[in-house]
Each structure stands twice: as structure tokens, then as C-alpha cells.
Ligand binder design. Structure first.
Ligand code: SAM
Ligand code: SF4
Length: 327
């Protein structure tokens, strides 16, 4: 029997984010430390069979409708297409967030395996800055990856851009031009306090309001009805597509949040900023039944809070960085 994953505020959860690894080939400063990151041990990471089982149970018995693969960097996990193929068979909308560096090699295989949507993260179009931000000289590969994703037929391809004051705040218009040229949807995401180096500050955040003010200096656009997306979407008046802004800090969309997150080591978290979790790996490995797993997930969802409290005195930073939580 299918039950809904509903919390005490009446929010129904249908979107599952699965982190397939905590590892990454980049070192983005806002996401993980440059050195000294302790990776999960191999045996601690969920196997593809375990991930597939949790996903299948939540799709068949708990109303999950969309799955996004993330990480760490999902493409560093070996034979990812095998997992994509298995999850695609569940009949859900299956997407992935990636840094894009290996897409030129694997975009076609991922598409053929059943992945339909791709978000590619890119925060600068300048090579020197790209190195400063990621500690890798991979901008050319990421640009090739974006082209490969479009050519492989992913629809839509979205670019995730995190504008930060003093770092890449001057690239908002460049990114809008780039998105229009490439036929991809640029989405600006407000910088959140999940950076491993704890360098986040309110002043660093380029707010949604600032982004829209800058965009309006060159483009005419109007809002598109939002639906359940955390992004405020805007259509260009000349019909050449859309862009989005995710105001996770200044105007959080918590009241409509429908997401749950599974970390690479099998912890279920009900919010990016949650301080607790439910250990699904322990349950799986101790022989729990499907019904017991659904009950554990439903219990975790019931404990979800109304919303995060960044900017309030009682805000507590999660001890894990974005790379460990999955964006
Ligand atoms: N490695 C993949 C990637 O970079 O797309 C997937 C994982 S990454 C943690 C997912 C998303 O989180 C990326 O779009 C990244 O830009 C975003 N992200 C990481 N740290 C962030 C922060 N402190 N604030 C806002 N977004 C952040
Ligand atoms: Fe890696 Fe993505 Fe985090 Fe950058 S944002 S360090 S690519 S996990």
C-alpha cells in the first residue's frame, strides 16, 4: 500500500536526492576544504543494489516521483550508468547535478541509460577564476561538457551558478548571455552557509534582488508561474528562453519543500540544514523489511521543521559540508 511522506506542516515529499559518493575531483571552496577531507570508506558507502532498493521502496510504496543523483561528484563513482539504468526502470523523472568535467566523455551514455535532465555547476567563465574557485584547471572540459549535454539531448540543461561578492559577482550578465547563446537555463543560487571553510557571511551573498536588478540592466523579462520549484523563473521578453533565481537565503522556499536527501553512507536527512538523520544503511544491513524502511523514512519526514533559520540568532550550522550532504 502506498503511503505519503507527509510532515506535520502538511508538506508531501516526492523528491528524493541521492548522493552517490562524497568524493569529488574538484575542491570548490564554498563546498569542501582544499585538503584534509576524510572520505567515507568504501564499505560505508551504499552499494548500487542498496541505493536501488531504497529508491524502489520509496517510489513504489511512499509516493516518490522524482530522483536526482548528486554528491560529491556523482560522475567519479565507477560505472554510474549501471545505477542510472536501474533507477530509470522505476519510471521516475531522473536527473543529476554534476560539475560537468567528464560529460564530454559520458553524456551520451548517461542519456542512453535513461537520465533525462542535467544540472551543471559552473561559477565563472574565466579560466584563472575557475582555478581559484575549484583548484582545478578544468574550465575547457566543463564548457565541452555543457555542449556535450545539449548535443546528447538532455532537456533541459540547467547551469547552477553561485554568485559571491568579491569573487564572481561581476559575471551575472555574462552568464545570462552565455545561457541564451547555448540554449541552456541559467539558475543563480544564493550562497549558503554550508562551506567547509566557514567563510560564509551575509555580505558575501549576492541576493536574488541584486541579481534581478543587474539582469534588468540589459534584459526584459517577466516571471513565470512558479509551481513547486524552489527557483523563481523568468522568461525573456524576446522569447529566447528563461533563467532562474533560487533565493535560498533571503527568501527561502521552505514552506513548499518536498525534498528528502540520502547521503552516500545511507543517512536520510529531511533538510539540507537538518542536524539529525535516520540511519537507513544500518536498517538495510540488519535485514529490515520494506515496510520497516518506509516507516523509518516516514518518521524522519514527520520530524521535519518548518524551515531553516539562516540569519536568525538560533541558527546552527550543520557540521557537514555541502559535498557531504549533496546539493
Ligand atoms: N559535484 C556536483 C556539482 O558540483 O554540481 C554535485 C554536488 S554539489 C554539492 C551540488 C550543488 O551545490 C552545486 O550546484 C554547487 O554549486 C552547490 N553548492 C555547493 N556549496 C554551496 C554553497 N555553500 N551555497 C550554495 N550552493 C552551493
Ligand atoms: Fe565538488 Fe560539486 Fe562540491 Fe565543487 S560543488 S567541490 S564540484 S561536490
Amino acid at each position: 500500500m502506498t503511503q505519503s511522506l507527509i510532515d506535520t506542516f502538511g508538506r508531501v515529499h516526492t523528491d528524493l536526492r541521492i548522493s552517490v559518493t562524497d568524493r569529488c575531483n574538484f575542491r570548490c571552496a564554498y563546498c569542501m576544504p582544499e585538503e584534509g577531507m576524510e572520505w567515507l570508506k568504501r564499505e560505508g558507502i551504499l552499494s548500487y543494489e542498496e541505493i536501488e532498493r531504497i529508491a524502489r521502496i520509496l517510489v513504489n510504496d511512499a509516493g516518490v516521483k522524482t530522483i536526482r543523483l548528486t554528491g560529491g561528484e556523482p560522475t567519479v563513482r565507477a560505472r554510474l550508468t549501471i545505477l542510472v539504468e536501474r533507477l530509470a526502470k522505476l519510471g521516475v523523472e531522473l536527473s543529476m547535478t554534476t560539475n560537468g568535467a567528464t560529460l564530454a566523455l559520458i553524456a551520451n551514455d548517461l542519456r542512453a541509460a535513461g537520465l533525462t535532465r542535467l544540472n551543471i555547476s559552473i561559477d565563472t567563465l574565466h579560466e584563472d577564476r575557475f582555478y581559484q574557485l575549484t583548484k582545478r584547471n578544468e574550465l575547457p572540459r566543463v564548457l565541452e561538457g555543457i555542449d556535450a549535454a545539449v548535443a546528447a539531448g538532455f532537456d533541459p540543461v540547467k547551469l547552477n551558478v553561485v554568485p559571491m561578492r568579491g569573487i564572481n559577482h561581476d559575471e551575472i550578465l555574462d552568464f545570462l548571455h552565455f545561457g541564451r547563446e547555448k540554449g541552456v537555463i541559467v539558475r543563480f543560487i544564493e550562497f549558503m552557509p554550508l562551506d567547509a571553510q566557514s567563510e560564509w557571511s551575509n555580505e558575501r551573498v549576492i541576493t536574488a534582488k541584486e541579481i534581478l536588478t543587474t539582469a534588468a540592466t540589459e534584459f526584459n523579462f517577466s516571471p513565470i508561474t512558479r509551481g513547486s520549484s524552489p527557483a523563481e523563473r523568468f522568461a525573456y521578453a524576446d522569447g529566447s528562453g528563461e533563467f532562474g533565481v533560487i533565493a535560498s537565503v533571503t527568501e527561502p522556499f521552505c514552506e513548499a519543500c518536498d525534498r528528502i536527501r540520502l547521503t552516500a553512507d545511507g543517512q536520510l536527512r529531511n533538510c539540507l540544514f537538518a542536524l539529525g538523520h535516520t540511519d537507513l544503511r544500518g536498517l538495510l544491513r540488519s535485514g529490515a523489511s520494506d515496510a520497516e524502511i518506509v516507516a523509518a523514512v516516514a518518521g524522519e519526514v514527520r520530524q521535519k521543521w518548518a524551515g531553516h533559520s539562516i540569519n536568525q540568532v538560533h541558527f546552527i550550522r550543520p557540521s557537514k559540508s555541502m559535498s557531504q550532504l549533496g546539493g
